[in-house]
Design a binder for this molecule. Structure first.
Ligand code: ME8
Length: 631
């Protein structure tokens, strides 16, 4: 394993308010850096984030506020810098592109490329729109005017400086082909290769000061500042002390850039060719994740962005649900590379089912049992201690690094273990077993504690504080429990949340459930026998049942009707566990139109009685054959 690892996020535009898109990239990078440390605690890990402070938008915004661009940046970069500790981000450094250390690196790079003939001047002409501050081609104009603002355009001829990017196309393609995992996920690499099938143009890297003064001055061309991307990308080298701080190459050789798919081209084409020209090796890896989308009623989900005004504030989520549950949701619900929709409902459901029910309950059950039956201390192993759980999750973490950074898969591996441990407790009932066979019960308890400790360790990159607390409660250190250590009972580690009803929304069509509740109030209308006889009611035997992922109410039940099998999605998970139900005889409505719940088709309905406290499944009063008619 390598001795160093270097992780970067994009440097964010200082003008935007941070939203969950920025939070996601930074939380993901933070977690990857933490996993790198866990996999090898002797490895040195460096994690860089920061702000991108030059360019037209910043200059304009500052002008509007009547302050200098520098004063504007000094104030606004704080929104990012102060957010990260609140989201439990442990970055090693925070870089601002206005810092002298960075300006020096950019100017040196420009000079070096110029001296080597990699940068040349050429005239450029086009239709320039003052209001949009950009050029348009003849074709883009609408009625001879700026197509965006509708304002007049003027023909402008100016000289600009170009980086000879085009000549590197062949080398870049060869690199991508020789290093299939350079860009993750795979399909993004193919997109870049597709883009590189066409000619690659040279890159304009200058802006005349007359148009834009807020940038890094080009040392060999006093009337120009450099293009903001040429400036920004170099931050990844400035951050590790390139070129003068000894040892920067060791970080660079193990560098991973994490970013959103929106800026993959600038990183995989501009940046890589700039590095080739500078004679610096390419970074080890680029991970391009998808977008968080904002599901908007009735419309296609759209990218969350400030300009669309559909952003979710990370601080708002943190205040409402706690930072670590928020981090968990981000890393759990997005498959790196794919887009995902952000919804509070989904966050609450993940919290309630996976964290509160599965993990939190297992912890409180086992701690209560240790207190009651084992003198409040971790039982010693009767047989030799087992590292199985730790090894299993370590393997999943290695897979994470080698298999496309799918954080949700590693989280799923942890949850899978938690579910197995819950089943072990349910199946073996150690709280009963301890009376007859304390050693066997102790062994089970110890197995669960070892498993919980391993989960506490391997999920700690996702939820550093809560997982440290979990380990503290069971006396675990670095993922291992020690026999004889006292356990601690505390408040529930993951409280449940209820979703708030949306405020004063126009009344939506009533959901089926509300209609049902309303229908149940008061006596129902009299129906004829013929109406009743329309129902095909049958005895059915439960063959298998399992929880529906993402729901704490639903079970997916496979029913045997004698002549056929049916899948029913039943809202009974709060009253019955899957094991309790298996083998039971129930009564079902066999001719109800199928419907889909959580992506699963429900082919009927299990009858149940509801009183004010719980729900009771209805079945025959003896061993009626599966399929028997009920009337
Ligand atoms: O592009 N979903 O900065 P930026 C997921 N300064 N991630 C999102 C997102 C969304 N809806 N919206 C933004 C810049 N992001 C340049 C970068 S790097 C040398 C210069 C994240 O403030 C994602 O990582 O627009 C995306 O790539 C980045 O924020 C863009 O941030």
């Amino acid at each position: 394993m390598s001795t160093h690892a270097y992780f970067t996020t994009p440097i964010y535009y200082v003008n935007d308010r941070p939203h969950i898109g920025h939070a996601y990239t930074t939380v993901l990078t933070d977690a990857l850096a933490r996993w790198a440390r866990l996999l090898d605690p002797t490895r040195e890990v460096f994690f860089l984030t920061g702000t991108d402070e030059h360019g037209q938008k910043v200059e304009q915004a500052a002008r509007k506020r009547g302050v200098t661009p520098q004063a504007h940046c000094d104030e606004l970069h704080q929104a990012f810098k102060s957010l990260w500790p609140e989201l439990h981000i442990a970055n090693s450094d925070f870089i601002r592109t206005t810092e002298p250390r960075h300006v020096d690196v950019v100017q040196q790079a420009l000079q070096q490329l110029y001296d080597r003939g990699e940068i040349y001047a050429k005239p450029f002409a086009g239709w320039y729109s003052v209001s949009e501050e950009r050029f348009f081609t003849e074709k883009e104009l609408v009625d001879g005017k700026d197509p965006i603002s509708g304002n007049a355009v003027e023909w402008l001829e100016e000289q600009n400086w170009f980086f000879r990017m085009g000549q590197y196309r062949g080398r870049l393609v060869a690199h991508l082909e020789a290093h299939p995992d350079f860009i993750q996920p795979d399909f993004r690499r193919n997109e870049v290769l597709g883009f590189l099938r066409n000619d690659l143009e040279d890159l304009c890297i200058s802006r005349p000061k007359a148009r834009l003064a807020w940038g890094i001055p080009i040392p060999f061309a006093p009337d120009y500042v450099t293009y903001v991307w040429f400036d920004a990308l170099l931050n990844y080298l400035t951050g590790i002390g390139y070129p003068d701080t000894p040892g920067w190459e060791r970080w660079w050789a193990e560098s991973t850039h994490v970013l959103g798919k929106d800026i993959l081209t600038t990183h995989s084409v501009y940046w890589t060719t700039m590095l080739m020209a500078l004679g610096v090796p390419l970074p080890k890896r680029i991970i391009a994740h998808g977008w968080w989308l904002s599901p908007s009623a009735g419309k296609e989900a759209e990218k969350m962005s400030k300009s669309k005004g559909n952003v979710v504030s990370p601080l708002g989520m943190k205040d409402k649900y706690g930072v670590e549950v928020f981090r968990y949701f981000l890393l759990r619900d997005m498959s790196v590379g794919q887009d995902a929709s952000f919804s509070e409902e989904a966050l609450v459901q993940r919290n309630n089912t996976e964290l509160a029910n599965d993990l939190g309950n297992l912890l409180s059950r086992i701690v209560a049992l240790v207190e009651k039956s084992f003198g409040g201390v971790v039982p010693e192993y009767v047989e030799r201690p087992s590292q199985a759980a730790d090894q299993r999750l370590r393997a999943a973490a290695l897979e994470l690094v080698e298999g496309g950074y799918r954080t949700h898969q590693l989280i799923e591996a942890c949850l899978g273990l938690v579910r197995e441990l819950n089943k072990l407790v349910t199946d073996t009932a150690p709280f009963k077993l301890v009376r007859d066979d304390p050693a066997a019960a102790g062994h089970i308890v110890r197995t669960v504690l070892d498993g919980l400790a391993a989960v506490g360790k391997w999920l700690s990159p996702v939820m550093p504080e809560r997982m440290a607390e979990l380990q503290r409660r069971i006396g675990a250190v670095d993922g291992h429990v020690i026999g004889g250590t006292a356990v601690i009972r505390g408040e529930s580690l993951f409280p449940r949340f209820e979703l708030e009803a949306p405020e004063a929304a126009p009344e939506p069509p009533k959901p089926a459930k509300a209609k049902k509740a309303e229908a149940q109030k008061g006596p129902k209308a009299v129906i004829s026998y013929e109406d009743f006889a329309k129902l095909d009611l049958r005895v059915a035997q439960v063959e298998a049942a399992e929880r529906v992922e993402g729901s704490d109410k639903l079970l997916r039940v496979t029913l045997d009707l004698g002549t056929e099998k049916r899948q029913v999605v039943a809202g009974i998970a709060k009253a019955y566990g899957p094991e309790e139900l298996t083998g039971k005889l129930v009564v079902m409505v066999a001719n109800l139109a199928p419907r889909t719940l959580f992506g699963l088709e429900s082919q009927g309905m299990i009858l149940a009685a509801h009183d004010s406290s719980r729900l009771f499944v209805i079945g025959p009063d003896g061993f009626a054959a599966a399929g028997a008619e009920v009337s």
